[in-house]
Design a protein around this ligand. Structure first.
Ligand SMILES: Nc1nc2c(ncn2[C@@H]2O[C@H](COP(=O)(O)OP(=O)(O)OP(=O)(O)O)[C@@H](O)[C@H]2O)c(=O)[nH]1
Ligand SMILES: [Mg+2]
Length: 267
């Protein structure tokens, strides 16, 4: 494979739609890509999967076999994915010139909190793998919603310790001016603090001030990539981040991180 991207994010943010749109974009631009669905609980996926974990893991069977409800079965299913890793790897080894897009379970914790997930990313994606955290632009349109998504993004970054893009999907649902303000919050963190205080008042100001400054001090202010899977907008921006990373060579994982996350003066 040329490179891979694991698409994760809170439920319903449009992860699967983004996978489908990215594949379409690759095809339109003359590049090969394949989608691996790693969500055993998906009832419907808006693309044709090239590899589908549901062939080997069936939630209803797990429920009856282990006497579990749907959520318990999803946790067991998430842990069972690792047992199928060799089969998936074998298929992917045939896809030399492909970009591989991994769709992950709807509930983010089934991917990010399972012990097996970072191993899964390493084994399936290797050194050329990155993560796309997909947030919902309409959730980020309020300061508190944006900060909440940033905290989940930070959790994903902490867990996988891989180059992690902050993709804001569904930008078609947010007015342009609002989207610009969201971007400003990242380049000028004080504006986020001001807007958050305006939203919430002075309540527990010190606590939040410290939390927000921790993002800035640690270089966790991120380069946001606004996209719309629905309108196929922003796919080229995801690709350019991928190709920058992939094209950087074997040891540039750290370089990439420095470039993109110690970015006090970026944007
Ligand atoms: N307006 C708009 N809707 C979108 C966009 N992307 C996805 N959706 C809609 O959001 C809903 C959820 O999309 P999915 O792609 O299934 O999201 P998901 O994150 O994979 O969902 P789960 O895996 O169930 O957590 C669907 O109704 C999509 O049509 C977008 O860019 N704009
Ligand atoms: Mg999905």
């Amino acid at each position: 494979m040329k490179g891979s991207i694991f698409v994760t994010g809170p439920a319903g943010t449009g992860k699967s739609s983004l996978c489908g749109s990215m594949k379409e974009w690759f095809t339109l631009n003359g590049m090969d890509s394949a989608i691996v669905n790693l969500d055993p609980g998906a009832e419907f996926i808006p693309y044709e999967a090239d590899v589908d974990i549901r062939e080997w893991i069936v939630i209803s069977s797990i429920m009856s076999e282990f006497n579990l409800g749907p959520n318990g079965a999803q946790v067991v299913a998430a842990d069972l994915i690792i047992e199928n890793v060799d089969k998936i790897k074998e298929i992917l080894e045939e896809l030399d010139d492909y970009y591989i897009i991994f769709d992950t379970p709807g509930q983010i914790e089934l991917f990010t909190l399972r012990t097996s997930s970072p191993i899964l990313v390493d084994v399936l994606g290797g050194k050329k793998s990155m993560i796309a955290f997909v947030g919902d632009a309409s959730v980020s349109s309020s300061p508190s919603g944006h900060i909440s998504q940033k905290l989940i993004y930070a959790s994903v970054l902490t867990r996988f310790f891989k180059p992690t893009l902050f993709v804001l999907n569904k930008k078609d649902l947010v007015e342009e001016g609002r989207m610009e303000r969201i971007m400003e919050w990242e380049s000028d963190p004080d504006s986020l603090i001001d807007d958050f205080m305006a939203e919430k008042g002075e309540m527990r100001k010190d606590y939040f001030y410290n939390v927000l400054n921790a993002f800035n001090d640690s270089g966790l202010s991120s380069k946001i990539i606004p996209v719309s899977s629905k309108n196929m907008e922003g796919m080229e921006d995801i690709y350019s981040e991928m190709s920058l990373f992939v094209g950087g060579g074997e040891d540039d994982d750290t370089l990439y991180r420095e470039e993109n996350y110690d970015n006090d003066d970026e944007e």
